[in-house]
Design a protein around this ligand. Structure first.
Ligand code: ZN
Length: 330
């Protein structure tokens, strides 16, 4: 599991540029499914026939991560960028970045920017170029870069890295798919694109599949950070069963079934009400004639920073809960 996570967070996959990770996931999941395809907009859709083909289950995990897009190259060779997704300028500054072609850089703040004005507008990428012409040999307008992968092992099976949002969910989905030989229903493992910029991949995928049941997997905040939101989700307390986020109110029957399966299998679980932030869950709920939907959330500290932190015990709980849903159905 750890190696899968490491492999997925190392792959390049800024929103709109998910194909390197999509290719890896296709290769990984193909032996465990009946078919795998990449749809016209780039979602990976892996299908596994189930015992009851009158119902369809869609699982959604997003492949993309937040990043930066080149807007302008200064005469000096320094590169101006705009955000792709919800960037926290303070959290992302003074780190290393990498472009799809392997060009490396560092991302810094405009030294003249006042503290209160710090935003993506005051961020600059320095690839070491001496001037614009030199920079343009490596980087073009519209290219995107992401923070460089690094992973830190902490105490108590806790790990920190960038892009656990939502590569962890991709890894969890893959692990669950491996465990299940025959799903309860026809099951579509969907690895979506462009969630971070407005759940753009999951909408057409859900429309095409028209799921009876839809389960998303994504990270959620925890209330146990210093100055964190007032919420009960805590690191190490198990898989978080979503009740609500700003895009969805989950189906009560799905919440109840997740609770029942957690209790049956002794899976540690907790409940999540997220007051800000949406997920692919809503795309499935409102697709076609509508679907019963829920979301398994992975408790994560410091989301959208280079040190998103999770407890591997929670990650395992999420795998087990997802596997139970796929195998036993609703
Ligand atoms: Zn996410």
């Amino acid at each position: 599991m750890y190696n899968t996570i490491k492999k997925y967070i190392s792959a390049f996959s800024v929103s709109g540029n998910e194909s390197p990770l999509a290719k890896i996931i296709c290769d990984d999941i193909a032996p465990y499914c009946d078919s795998v395809e990449i749809d016209p907009i780039g979602n990976v859709i892996a299908f596994k026939k189930g015992a009851d083909s009158t119902k369809r289950l869609m699982i959604a995990s997003h492949m993309d991560e937040i990043g930066f897009m080149v807007t302008y190259i200064e005469e000096s060779g320094l590169i101006r960028v705009t955000n792709v997704g919800g960037i926290n300028a303070v959290a992302s500054s003074y780190g290393s970045v990498v472009f799809a072609n392997g060009t490396k850089g560092i991302i810094v703040l405009d030294m003249g920017a006042k503290k209160e004005d710090i935003s993506v507008k005051s961020m600059v990428v320095d690839i070491g170029a001496k001037n614009k012409a030199q920079a343009e040999k490596k980087v073009k307008i519209g290219d995107v870069c992401a923070l460089e992968q690094r992973i830190t092992r902490l105490m108590n099976s806790r790990i920190a890295a960038k892009a656990f949002d939502d590569r962890l969910a991709c890894a969890i989905t893959f692990e669950a798919a491996k465990l299940i030989e025959e799903p309860a229903y026809d099951t579509y493992y969907v690895f979506t694109i462009q969630e971070e910029v407005g759940c753009r991949g999951s909408k057409p995928a859900a429309f095409g599949i028209a799921p009876t049941y839809g389960i998303a997997l994504d990270v959620t905040h925890t209330g146990d950070m210093v100055g964190g939101p007032k919420m009960t989700v805590k690191l190490g307390e198990g898989a978080a069963i979503k009740i609500k986020d700003s895009s969805v109110i989950c189906s009560r029957s799905v919440i109840n079934r997740m609770t029942e399966l957690s209790e049956k299998h002794g899976i540690k679980h907790q409940y999540e009400v997220l007051t800000a932030g949406g997920t692919d869950t809503s795309s499935m709920q409102t697709a076609c004639a509508g679907a019963f939907t829920g979301c398994i959330s992975i408790p994560t500290r410091y989301i959208h920073t280079p040190v998103e932190t999770v407890d591997m015990a929670d990650v395992t709980a999420c795998v087990n809960l997802l596997a139970a849903i796929i195998k036993e159905g609703f």
